[in-house]
Design a binder for this molecule. Structure first.
Ligand code: FES
Length: 135
């Protein structure tokens, strides 16, 4: 069995070891369900082709590589975009989507109200086609 440096089992290994979590272990079942949903959302969000992202406030355009998040594309372009956790948990990377479609990996901390107001999390957000964000 492969363990990380601190002895913890890598996430994928934990999921592989418990493909169907025991009915009594609701914490593990919820964790695995959320992790699988997140993985599926990311896979679905990863387009087969690059997408142009415009960071309107910065005046920067970048061609996001297939599978690259909005945050990754922006950082690669040299933008100083706020972020911290990198996995949709803290909300620091939230920006407003001006136009275009974004697919967010789940679970994440974006509230229904923020999503309704057009905000997205760049660290778990993947552009689908042309995208303009207020950043
Ligand atoms: S960096 Fe924490 S939610 Fe994106």
């Amino acid at each position: 069995m492969s363990l990380s440096r601190n002895g913890a089992r890598p996430l994928a290994l934990v999921a592989a070891m418990a493909p169907d979590a025991p009915a009594g272990d609701t914490t593990l079942a919820r964790f695995l369900s959320a992790w699988r949903a997140s993985s599926e959302a990311v896979a679905a969000a990863e387009p087969g082709q690059a997408c142009r992202i415009t960071f309107a406030r910065s005046g920067v355009e970048v061609l996001a590589r297939p599978g690259e998040t909005i945050l990754q594309a922006g950082l690669r372009a040299g933008l100083d975009l706020p972020h911290s956790c990198g996995r949709g948990a803290c909300g620091l990377c939230m920006v407003r989507r001006e136009t275009g479609e974004v697919v967010l990996a789940q679970p994440n901390c974006l509230s229904v109200e923020d999503a309704r107001r057009g905000f997205v999390l760049t660290c778990v957000g993947h552009a689908r086609g042309e995208l303009v964000v207020d950043a």
